[in-house]
Structures are given as C-alpha cells and as structure tokens.
Design a protein around this ligand. Structure first.
Ligand code: PGA
Length: 258
C-alpha cells in the first residue's frame, strides 16, 4: 500500500555518539554524500554529534540537510553543557531530534522537558523530529497505545497549528532500537494510523493526514522497502545503518522509489 504518495520521503541519519573523532566524522559525511545522491523525492537529513556540526555544515553543499540530536529548552543562560536551539541553527542545523528514548531513559528526560524543548526548537525555526514509542509490546495494547498518546499530547501541547508543518513524529518502539528486531510493517501501519488519529484529535483531520510520520528501530537496507511500502510511514529514522555509508545510501535509493 502506498500512503501519502504525494509527500516527500524523509530519511534521517542519527549517528548518536559516533564516530569518536572529527576526521572520522568528516570521512563518514563525505562517504554518505557520495552514496546518497540528490533524489527528487527524498529529503536526507544527517544528525551528527553536535560538536561536529559546524565542521560539517561548511561542507554540506546542497546535498542534504543537517540536524542536531537534541536541543536544550533555553537558548542561553547558566546551563552547563547545554546546547541552545539558536546555537544549533547558527552552525547549520535545520532539524532537531527531540525526545529520543535514549535520552528519556538514560538522562531521565520527561514529557514535560520534551514539551519545553519542542517549543524552544520550533521558536528558533528548527524542524523537529519528535520521537515517541512504547517500551514493550507485552501486555495490553491499549496500555502501550496510551503511553504513546501521552508522549504525543504532551510533546505537542505548546505547538500551534501553524507551526505544526515543522513537526515530524518518529515512531520508534524502544524494544526495536539497536536490537536487530525491527517492528513489522503491519504493526507500524497500525501505530502510524494511531499517531495520525491522535494528531487529528489535537488539530484536525486534514492536518493529520498531511502529517509526516517516520519509523525507527533497526531500520536497514533490507527492511526499508517493506516499511516504506507497507508501514504507512513517510520515512525512516536510522541509527546504526546510518554509520555505514553504503547501506545508508541504499536506503535513500529505496526511498526514492516511493
Ligand atoms: P537503530 O537506532 O537504527 O540503531 O535501531 C534508531 C534510533 O534510535 O533512532
């Protein structure tokens, strides 16, 4: 099934805390640029560690956009270690990932912190990829659906309808991240519909229909086509496979088929 055929596909590389040095990051960036040519139907975003952004943005050209993996909820102030959204923009970030489950779990980020980050990032003019997803599929389906709904409702609480065009939701079931056990496209389709329904309840149906949803969690070159064709999503948020330029390039190429 092809959903939202009129929309661009979006493939987002989340390098996480990789690679260890700037020269390696520059090599990976150059390699991805080679393997991910510019396609008419696909927008490619690379999110390196924040410290590498300015060194990569000068070399970006027009091949693809850059993003930051997280932003703080203030632009400036006495917040040791924090990176403000305007700082990110000023060194070339166009996108920001907010609410990734690794930050929710390891750094104890709450829905309320994520709500504040969403507002600050959008205010600074960034496009935001809001990550949501349940911890486990054990137990009652209504329970984990409610968990995801709460993440969306809080994350979007301060987001006015006119700025919603700068928001993308990445559905990332936590158990599928870094696990080699991706979700099934059937379940992803159900969740993508559920996410759009939640957005429709908060705004309206036509807004929700146009709303981009990505899948993330062990997405790779072998399963990309399946998710893009049958998963009801507009693109992918890619962790490990984005560290392999060849594999990532293949995923971008696959996305161009849709
Ligand atoms: P993964 O990570 O592709 O390595 O599972 C995805 C993500 O966490 O965004």
């Amino acid at each position: 099934m092809m959903v939202h055929a009129q929309k661009h596909r979006l493939i987002v590389a989340n390098w996480k805390c990789n690679p260890a040095t700037l020269p390696e990051a520059q090599r990976l960036f150059a390699a991805i640029k080679k393997t991910s040519p510019r396609y008419k139907n696909v927008d490619v975003v690379v999110c390196p560690p924040a410290v590498f952004l300015s060194s990569l943005s000068a070399k970006d050209g027009r091949a693809f956009k850059l993003g930051i993996q997280d932003v703080f909820w203030e632009n400036t102030g006495a917040y040791t270690g924090a990176v403000g959204p305007r700082m990110a923009r000023s060194v070339g970030a166009v996108y920001a990932i907010v609410g990734h489950s690794e930050r929710r779990e390891q750094l104890k980020e709450t829905n309320e912190m994520i709500e504040a980050k969403m507002e600050a990032a959008l205010e600074a003019g960034l496009r935001v990829v809001l990550c949501v997803g349940e911890k486990s599929r054990q137990g009652d389906a209504a329970e984990y659906a409610a968990f995801v709904k709460e993440e969306i409702q809080t994350g979007l609480r301060g987001v006015a309808k006119q700025v919603l065009k700068n928001v993308i939701i990445a559905y990332e079931p936590i158990w599928a991240i870094g696990s080699d056990e991706a979700d099934t496209p059937e379940r992803t389709l159900e969740m993508a519909l559920y996410i759009r329904k939640t957005v429709a309840d908060l705004y309206d149906r036509s807004t929700a229909q146009a709303f981009p949803v990505l899948y993330g969690g062990s997405a790779n070159a072998n399963n990309a086509r399946m998710f893009l064709r049958d998963g009801g999503v507009d693109g992918l948020l890619v962790g490990r496979a984005s560290l392999n330029a060849k594999e990532f390039g293949k995923m971008v190429e696959i996305a161009n088929e849709f």
